[in-house]
Design a protein around this ligand. Structure first.
Ligand SMILES: NC(=O)c1ccc[n+]([C@@H]2O[C@H](COP(=O)([O-])OP(=O)(O)OC[C@H]3O[C@@H](n4cnc5c(N)ncnc54)[C@H](OP(=O)(O)O)[C@@H]3O)[C@@H](O)[C@H]2O)c1
Length: 297
């Protein structure tokens, strides 16, 4: 079995490549764009996804039996600032990958986001209709539609905010918050901004399950607890033994303005269907603190 992981040098991809690349497991072929990885267990290829000839070349060289597509412009603000770039990477490249999967018969697992929903209600399930309000969300919804066009060969796995230790030199929410609280600085979090945070290794278990037992359609894999960003930060402070008094409610809370930001995913159906354990926030943060990637251990 030959598995192609597109975007394996990113935050989630790095953990996935590590999880799938077992000595007697399938052969894992990975792509990166700007960050050559320090991983000699898998085979790596540099690819510019917006160049269809380059994508085609990688497919012909690898002839994958299954593709996991993670590569994206995944930053909400960045997608607003560079809409054309976001369209090229998130939509056009995903259509190109879908077309190659269609013609080669390889199933495609595409990783998407809760930002396909509008944030008016929160805790969306797999059947809720998308209605994105950000450019990032619109590009990911358009990409989902390309993947849905594959019918039985297409699967979409949506997730919520993913936390864990990033690659050296990169930043993400929880480590940045921990550093801030360690310096004794306050942090303001929206009490009406809802998410279902998931620890990266728990998300990767869901992706790996779909790689091992591919199922087409829409899947939701995120944390069991749907919480406000304020409560998420309080839980982080608690797990890392930091002062919860430094975590304050945001002065202007988008969740309480005319621009609701209540996302978060109801994952019960997917968890049951895939036989996955649904981990809560405290469990995920404890696993993150105990991880060998924790620079403070
Ligand atoms: N992280 C989250 O909280 C979260 C939540 C929901 C959904 N998601 C989705 O999960 C997926 C992975 O997210 P992530 O956090 O791991 O993202 P990330 O760390 O930003 O990684 C993005 C990946 O895409 C690659 N890439 C970017 N532009 C490219 C281009 N022009 N050509 C080829 N490759 C390119 C990057 O390569 P280089 O790094 O080598 O440049 C990297 O491997 C995305 O589809 C995102 O929408 C993430």
């Amino acid at each position: 079995m030959r598995i192609l992981v597109i975007g394996a040098s990113g935050f989630i991809g790095r953990y996935l490549a590590g999880r799938l690349g077992a000595p007697r497991g399938p052969r894992i072929y990975c792509t990166f764009h700007s960050r050559p990885p320090a991983d000699d267990r898998n085979h790596w290829y540099q690819v510019e996804l917006t160049d269809p000839v380059a994508v085609d070349k990688v497919f012909s060289m690898i002839r994958p039996d299954l593709v996991v597509h993670l590569a994206a412009m995944a930053d909400v603000g960045g997608c607003e600032r560079d809409r054309a770039g976001a369209n090229a990477i998130n939509v056009e490249a995903t259509s190109e990958v879908s077309g190659l999967c269609q013609s080669s018969g390889a199933p495609l697992l595409f990783v998407s986001t809760e930002y396909v929903f509008d944030g008016a209600r929160g805790f969306y399930n797999e059947d809720d209709p998308p209605n994105p309000t950000t450019h990032y969300g619109r590009t990911k919804q358009a990409a989902e539609q390309a993947v849905a066009g594959l019918g039985g060969l297409g699967a979409v796995l949506r997730t919520s905010i993913v936390y864990g230790w990033p690659a050296p030199g990169r930043r993400n929410f929880v480590p940045a918050l921990v550093e801030r609280l360690q310096r004794g600085e306050t942090w303001h979090g929206g009490a009406g901004v809802m998410r279902s945070p998931v620890y990266v290794e728990h998300l990767v278990e869901g992706i790996a399950r779909l790689v091992e037992e591919f199922q087409p359609g829409i899947h939701h894999v995120a944390g069991r607890d749907c919480v406000s960003m304020h409560d998420f930060a309080l839980a982080v402070a608690d797990e890392f033994g930091l002062d919860q008094g430094l975590v304050l409610p945001a002065e202007t809370d988008p969740g309480n303005s005319g621009n609701p930001d209540r996302l978060g995913l109801d994952c019960h159906r997917t968890m049951r269907r895939l036989g996955l354990e649904h981990h809560g926030l405290a469990e995920g943060l404890a696993a993150m603190r105990a991880s060998p990637y924790n620079p403070n251990l």
